[in-house]
Design a protein around this ligand. Structure first.
Ligand code: F6P
Length: 471
């Protein structure tokens, strides 16, 4: 066997980003630490067993880190040029596909130069996967940034099994059809053997796009592409539930959750929002409803909303506008209803480590997860997993994937401000017994359906797909 072959892997993950963060060691040297996100937690055991490799973008416009190891994981860091960061990442991914796939909450922009960058970057990822995959390997491609990779990879390597998982919604055809490159995107995805979506509705939307954009026949969840059948089905993603429950029970985290309530003045009622600062998350709608509730006094005296809005995609215009709007609204609510020593909204435009997040979840009485559109929303599941005490209630938008699973949540339509206000009051006033009953049901679901089960479910299904070379 050649050395090229020896360095190949029987399991390859291809994702927009690497599962590691760049940090600085004590000696000032650059180090990579695995980020404790759900996806890497789920895939780590599979990666270790199969001697897998993870291909992704390092997150900046610097030189490609190439092949390296972090915490025993084999990683390949690819680079993007400054122009590609603008045209591929900020442009086609996050100013074309992101708004389009989230039901055009913001207006998608279509630029041919952005599309060309998307094709070029997808080609680079596909070439890296083709190089890393051992004969007959399983390659798992992730998310909307890399929809052309399955086809590009298959053209080079028809011996590998290819899975693709879409972490965000797949829109209805009337919206998807706006994309000038709709046919290429569908054909790109159809290079996979198995396509996973968050909700059944997303898979159905994709199957319709196959019929309408490419003229292919579908039967049930199968698309006939000539030589091969491709399956499109729902595999709702989850979190490392046990890990978070364990973290929330740690002495220091419990102590911190008490400190958080003290720091905000021991209010009777604490509401919590935790989001990336993104227009899909419905933060403005939530603030409007909360502001009116404070105005009317329906939440009682001196309620507090802690709103964490972690910085995201800060060079994209729609995100800059949103930040201005959110900060203006927070200022208005605090200016109007605050007192010396009391602010109704504590707004934190920051990211926090897991420990701090777990402490915040425990400190909350009501968690507000009110996106206008969200593929799944893992914050809702994290909150449930952290509440080992079975306390707290969850207000959840019906436009999230999580709403299909979390029957114990108080469901809302975030566009209906009056309706959302009423539900928030209900969730805040729930009796401890009612809150516990609901939380228990949600904890059962999140405990059983964790991210390891999600990954195993997807990979088992993929392993049953016959590929060329199978007898
Ligand atoms: O699936 C949505 C997603 O791309 C996640 O993978 C990621 O955590 C989040 O959005 C933020 O994305 P970005 O890579 O643009 O920071």
């Amino acid at each position: 066997m050649s050395s090229q072959r020896e360095s190949q892997h029987s399991f390859v993950v291809v994702a927009g980003r690497l599962p590691v963060d760049r940090t600085e060691g004590p000696d000032g040297q650059q180090e990579w630490r695995t980020s404790p996100g759900g996806l890497v937690t789920a895939l780590e055991p599979v990666m270790r067993d199969a001697g897998g490799v993870w291909i992704g973008w390092s997150g900046d416009a610097g030189p490609a880190p190439g092949a390296f190891e972090a915490d025993g994981l084999h990683l390949i860091g690819l680079s993007l040029s400054e122009t590609e960061v603008r045209r591929f990442y900020e442009g086609f991914c996050n100013a074309t596909l992101w708004p389009l796939y989230h039901d055009v909450i913001a207006v998608p922009q279509f630029h041919r130069s952005w599309w060309e960058a998307y094709v070029a970057v997808n080609r680079r990822f596909a070439a890296a996967a083709a190089e890393q995959a051992a004969p007959g390997a399983t390659v798992w491609v992730h998310d909307y940034q890399l929809q052309l990779v399955p086809k590009m990879l298959r053209e080079q390597r028809d011996d590998v099994r290819i899975g693709f998982f879409n972490h965000i919604p797949f829109p209805g055809y009337e919206i998807f059809a706006q994309l000038p490159w709709r046919r290429q995107v569908v054909e790109g995805l159809l290079g996979a053997d198995l396509l996973g979506f968050q909700r059944r509705a997303d898979a159905t939307n994709f199957l319709r796009a196959c019929r309408r954009a490419v003229g292919l026949a579908t039967k049930g969840s199968t698309v006939r592409t000539g030589a091969r059948d491709v399956t499109a089905a729902a595999f709702p993603i989850s979190i490392d539930s046990a890990g978070l429950t364990e973290l929330a029970q740690r002495e220091d985290v419990l102590k911190r959750s008490k400190q958080i309530r003290e720091a905000i003045g021991e209010p009777r009622l604490v509401l919590l929002g935790v989001d990336r600062l993104d227009y899909t998350k419905g933060i403005l709608h939530r603030l409007r409803a909360y502001g009116e509730l404070v105005d009317s006094g329906r939440l009682g005296p001196q309620a507090v909303l802690v709103q964490v809005a972690s910085p995201s995609r800060e060079r994209v215009e729609a995100y800059q506008t949103l930040r201005d709007e959110v900060e203006a609204m927070v200022g208005r609510i605090n200016g109007q209803h605050g007192e010396l020593g009391y602010a109704p909204v504590h707004y934190l435009h920051q990211s926090f480590p897991r420990e701090e997040m777990a402490a915040m979840y425990l400190a909350a009485d009501v968690m507000l997860v009110t996106p206008l559109r969200d593929g799944m929303n893992l914050v809702a599941k994290e909150y449930v997993a952290a509440r080992y005490d079975e306390g707290g209630t969850l207000v959840l938008s019906e436009f999230t994937g999580a709403a299909d699973e979390l029957a114990g949540a108080y469901l809302v339509n975030p566009h209906d401000i009056e309706g959302m206000k009423n539900i928030i009051v209900q969730a805040a006033m729930a009796s401890p017994a009612e809150a516990r009953r609901r939380m228990r049901a949600m904890r059962r679901r999140v405990g059983e359906h964790d991210v390891a089960r999600w990954a195993a479910g997807f990979l088992d299904t993929l392993s049953q797909v016959p590929v060329s070379g199978d007898s």
